[in-house]
Design a protein around this ligand. Sequence first.
Ligand SMILES: Nc1ncnc2c1ncn2[C@@H]1O[C@H](COP(=O)(O)OP(=O)(O)OP(=O)(O)O)[C@@H](O)[C@H]1O
Ligand SMILES: [Mg+2]
Length: 365
Amino acid sequence: MKILGIETSCDETAAAVVEDGARILSNVVVSQIDIFKEYGGVIPEVAARSHLEAMMPVVNKALSDASCNWDDIDAIAVTHAPGLLGSLLIGTLTARTLAILHDKPLYAVHHLKSHVYANWLDSTGENRLSPASGPLKSACPSFSPSARLKPIFPLIALVVSGGHTQILYMAGHNQFEIIGTTNDDAVGECFDKVAKILGLPYPGGPSIAKAALTGDASKYKFPHPKVPELDFSFSGLKTAVLRAVQKEVGVPISYPSHQLKELLNPKQVADFAASFQKTAVDILIEKLKMALEQHPDVKSVVVAGGVSANEVLRKALKEAYFPAPKLSGDNGAMVAAAAYYEVQSGVKSTDPYSLNIYPRVSIEK
Ligand SMILES: Nc1ncnc2c1ncn2[C@@H]1O[C@H](COP(=O)(O)OP(=O)(O)OP(=O)(O)O)[C@@H](O)[C@H]1O
Ligand SMILES: [Mg+2]
C-alpha cells in the first residue's frame, strides 16, 4: 500500500511516499529555518504563507522522486493536529482537495503519532544491530535490548519535541496511553530558550549540541526538578541556567537575558551548553527508567520527536530505538507510516469535505 503523507504542522513543508508503512520511496522536506533564524523563532502567519508557496511543488516532487503518478497512490494522509492553526490549514486543505480530485481515501493523523511511527520506517533499528547494554535493562526484567530491526509491544515511547515531552505506553499498534507529560515547557523548547540565553542561533537544539562538543559537561551543576511520578518540568531548568549565567558574568538577576550573550566568552558558552545538555538528558533517562520500573511488561523503548536527533541522548540510550536522525524532525514519511498502521488497526478514512483541524488536542483523543 502506497501512502502520500503530508506534514505542515509547524515550519516544515513536507510530503513523502511510503510503501507499507516502512519503505520510503520519497521524502521531501522544505524547512523554513532560514526565514526564522533572523527572528529567533517561528512567526505563525509567515509560516502559513511559506507553506502555501511550497506545498504543491513539494507534493509534486514527492510523487516524481518516488516515480509515482496518482494511479499508484492508494491513500493520502495528513497532519490535522496539533500544531499552528494556519500551518495545519494549508496542509489539510491541500490534502482534502487532492483526495477529492483524485478520489483517494484520506487519513487524518495526530502529529505525535507520526513522530512515534518514524520508528517503524526502514533504517530504524540499524542502531540496534548489535545488542547493547545500558541504563534501561536494569530497570525492567522483560525489556529486551537484543538486536531487532523493529520495536515490539508492549513498548514505551519517549516523545521529545519542540512542543511536547511525554512518556507513552503502547500495548499495540495505534494504542496510546499518556503515562507522563510536562507540566510546563517541552524539552525542545528548553533547548531553544537556553540557546537564546547563550546567544546561539535558532533552532537551539542543534546549536547547543554543536557548542557542547568542546564544552565541559561537569562544569556547572543544575538541579533536577522535583516533579512526582513520570511527569516533567523544564521551565525551572531554563531559569537555573539563566541564574548561573548571571552569576558567572557578575550581573544582578534583573539584568536583561538577551544581553547576557555579550558578556560570555566562547569557553563559557561551550561549558554551559554541555552542562545544560547533560542535565536535560539525565532528567529524561531518569524518568524513562522510572517508567520501565512501573511497567515491567515492556519489551521495547522508542524515542521520537526533534530532540531524538540529539547525539548525547542517542549514545546514552543505545538500548532504545531511534529514527534515523533526518527522520527525527517533522517529515511526511512518518505521517504516511502512522496512517498505514491506522489502516491496519481498522481506522476508517475521513470525509475530505468535513475534515477539521485541532491545534491543541491530546494523542489519547
Ligand atoms: N540535536 C538536537 N538536540 C536537541 N534538540 C534538538 C536537536 N535537533 C532538534 N532539536 C529540537 O527539536 C525541536 C523541534 O522538533 P520537532 O520538529 O519535532 O518539534 P515541533 O514539530 O515544532 O513540535 P511538536 O512535534 O511537539 O509539535 C526543537 O526544539 C529543536 O531545538
Ligand atoms: Mg514535530
